[in-house]
Design a protein around this ligand. Structure first.
Ligand SMILES: Nc1nc2c(ncn2[C@@H]2O[C@H](COP(=O)(O)OP(=O)(O)O)[C@@H](O)[C@H]2O)c(=O)[nH]1
Ligand SMILES: [Mg+2]
Length: 196
């Protein structure tokens, strides 16, 4: 198993629409997930940088798509969390449009999408909507079941199967930003995707 080594990781830019960065000669790997699934924590864990993506106690705070340049070779893109009820209707619609534009317009076209779900909650209706979009757009998808530490070992298999069934196949990678479980598997998968 060949792992991706994260040598450098730096914030490049936050965008809210078309931008010259989309023409940069680097592939993008998008990270998407419902608000509060631990996406910021996961980006920090994955890159091995404590504060790269601010992990915030206020869900739904990210209103832009953040580009992080990794190893001067690819962009990790952090999309706004979706499905957060506390954002007023208008703001929510804006975020929705931003996500649809990024994933659906063909202008950005990430090479793969990492879809993060909460292992202790399972796939929600928002996750079903997201996976439908990702499949329709024919993205290679990596499903990550974060907060695996919250699921007891007796429930783990059932959790993995239920998420896999709900999202239409593919085995989710159990991940925990608290224990580091799953990091090597995700690093290997991203390595493979970027090598294609
Ligand atoms: N138990 C557990 N909690 C986590 C894990 N990852 C994130 N969290 C917690 O989930 C909450 C939301 O995390 P955050 O990274 O801000 O989520 P985001 O809204 O998706 O960016 C925080 O309280 C984190 O400490 C994990 O792997 N296990
Ligand atoms: Mg966040």
């Amino acid at each position: 198993m060949s792992l991706l080594q994260i040598k450098t990781a730096e914030f490049a830019k936050g965008i809210i629409g078309t931008d010259p960065i989309l023409k940069a000669p680097f592939p993008q790997v998008a990270f998407v997930g419902r608000s509060n699934v631990g996406k910021s924590s996961l980006i920090n864990s994955f890159t091995g940088r404590k504060k790269l993506a601010q992990s915030s106690s206020q869900p739904g705070k990210t209103r832009q798509i953040n580009f992080f340049l990794i190893n001067d070779a690819f962009y990790l893109t952090d999309l706004p969390g979706y499905g957060f009820a506390k954002i007023k209707e208008k703001g929510r619609e804006k975020l929705r449009k931003l996500i649809l534009w990024y994933l659906g317009s063909g202008e950005a076209r990430p090479k793969a999408v990492v879809h993060i779900v909460d292992a202790s909650v399972g796939a929600t209706e928002f996750d079903l909507e997201m996976i439908a979009l990702l499949r329709a757009e024919r993205y290679p998808v990596v499903i990550v079941a974060n907060k695996a530490d919250k699921v007891s070992s007796t429930h783990r298999r059932a959790m993995i199967k239920s998420i896999s069934d709900a999202l239409g196949g593919g085995t989710p990678i159990p991940y925990s930003t608290k224990t580091g479980e799953g990091r090597d598997v995700l690093l290997a998968m991203i390595h493979t995707i970027l090598s294609r």
